[in-house]
Design a protein around this ligand. Structure first.
Ligand code: PEP
Ligand code: MN
Length: 330
């Protein structure tokens, strides 16, 4: 942003005023060495142009167009995700198995998830797996069971769209379309999923900067998604005791600087069931409006990601500690 000064005005006085607004500045001189304008530099907070124009001595304000105008228009106070607030005032819980395994079990899981007050049932039907020989989901059957189980317990469905080929099929069964970490910059998939005109849950790529993540969200919005909820799920770290490195700083940044809705997935971030409850609490403290956790009634027998699946007791504790309540939010 560039603040142009009225002729004869002291640039230092205007810079002092700008610094009281938390803005960092750099004076710019013309060819005669006079300071005629002031550049607002990063990491300054965003201040409305109107506020700047009211400062004594300011002639005009030039701003660069935002790289994410559609996300800038998201209002976390008034916009809603499937009827639920994304402001953080009514904490959201997304819970369910890593993969949908069989019909009876997903009904049992949906009942448990609803019983703790969670609003969203998660579960993979199309699974991205590191090895081609691992369980990779039950596809359309899983989607149908997931939908029916969620409906029976008044839950919303979130599940991953792994490829463009599955987008329409997943859209017919899900309320929120998940983009997995490995696909965060698969721009063709982002466009196809956005064009389904459903809310998108966008997981952060394992080596993505916050800026790249936000722009991936803008891709979804530009293609037609009504809302993007960002999901921090850990980035590649250097410590083998956890699967990834949970970046709670990015959560605070997205919520408090960008004013965007963000949730946290401590399950994939750590890969350890003992850390899911404390990190869910930390997520809300950092500014997340929700937590997404992998729950399984018999965690050690989960067909995928067993080590990070929590049991019902832990799920209840997370819901209780974070005042999760479907009743309040409807
Ligand atoms: C998932 O949530 O099922 C999943 C595969 O997560 P991620 O894309 O974050 O690895
Ligand atoms: Mn998983």
């Amino acid at each position: 942003m560039l603040v142009q000064l009225k002729p004869g005005i002291s640039a230092n006085t205007v810079r002092a005023h700008l610094s009281t607004l938390g803005l960092w500045t750099r004076p710019l001189q013309n060819q005669s060495g006079e300071t005629t304008s002031i550049e607002i530099v990063d990491p300054s907070p965003s201040v409305p142009t109107d506020t700047l124009l009211k400062i004594d001595g300011v002639l005009s304000v030039l701003s660069k167009p935002s790289a994410h105008p559609l996300l800038d228009a998201v209002n976390t106070e008034t916009d809603r995700l499937e009827g639920y607030s994304i402001s953080g005032s009514e904490p959201l819980l997304f819970a369910g198995p890593c993969s949908v395994e069989d019909e009876n079990r997903i009904h049992r899981i949906a009942r448990d998830v609803a019983s703790v007050g969670a609003q969203f049932l998660r579960g993979g039907a199309f699974k991205p797996r590191t090895s081609p020989y691992e369980f990779n989901g039950l596809g359309e059957d899983a989607l149908r069971w997931l939908r029916a189980a969620a409906d029976a317990h008044h839950l919303k469905v979130v599940t991953e769209v792994l490829s463009e080929r599955d987008a329409e099929l997943v859209t017919t069964h899900a309320d929120v379309l998940q983009i997995g970490s490995r696909n965060m910059q698969n721009f063709a998939l982002l466009r196809t999923v956005g064009s389904m005109k459903k809310p998108v849950l966008l997981k952060r790529g394992r080596a993505a900067t916050v800026h790249e993540w936000v722009l991936a969200g803008e891709h979804c919005m530009a293609a037609g998604a009504p809302l993007v909820v960002f999901c921090e799920r850990g980035v590649r770290g250097f410590d083998s005791q956890m699967r990834n490195l949970l970046d709670l700083g990015s959560v605070a940044l997205l919520r408090h600087e960008y004013n965007l809705p963000v949730i946290v997935d401590p399950s994939h971030a750590t890969g350890r069931r003992d850390l899911i409850a404390p990190l869910s609490n930390a997520a809300f403290a950092a500014g997340a409006c929700g937590a997404m956790v992998e729950y399984h009634p018999e965690p050690e027998f989960a067909r995928s990601d067993a080590a990070q699946a929590i049991d019902l007791e832990d799920l209840r504790k997370i819901a209780r500690d974070n005042h999760i309540s479907k009743e309040i939010s409807q």
